[in-house]
Write a protein of this length. Structure first.
Length: 105
């Protein structure tokens, strides 16, 4: 695991990261820094520890809300897309195959 220096809310941190994880770590650091800066800039919370906890809760909420939001905005699949068949059409096909006597053979 490699070490990487990052800055969050003006303070430097040395973090470990897996090989090839530079972009993901940079995105995570940017999200945390942006969230913490927004809370600090709102002026209601001054203590760095409380800012960190509020930022963590905000980010965790956003992550937890993603699947629900994606499900709510996703187009509902049609019966054909779900693999369902139209029952009335199936009954009609069976009736046609059975013919007038109602027997297959």
């Amino acid at each position: 695991m490699k070490q990487h220096e990052v800055t969050i809310l003006g303070q430097s941190y040395i973090l470990g990261r897996p090989e090839g994880g530079e972009a993901l770590l940079a995105a995570a650091v940017a999200s945390v820094d942006r969230e913490m800066s927004a809370i600090r800039d709102a002026g209601k919370v001054k203590a760095r520890e409380r800012i960190a906890v509020l930022a963590a809760l905000n980010l965790a909420y956003q992550l937890a809300d993603r699947p629900q939001r994606a499900a709510a905005t996703a187009p509902r699949p049609s019966a054909a897309d779900r693999g369902d068949t139209d029952v009335d059409a199936l009954i009609h096909r069976i009736d046609a195959a059975l013919g007038s006597d109602g027997q297959l053979l």
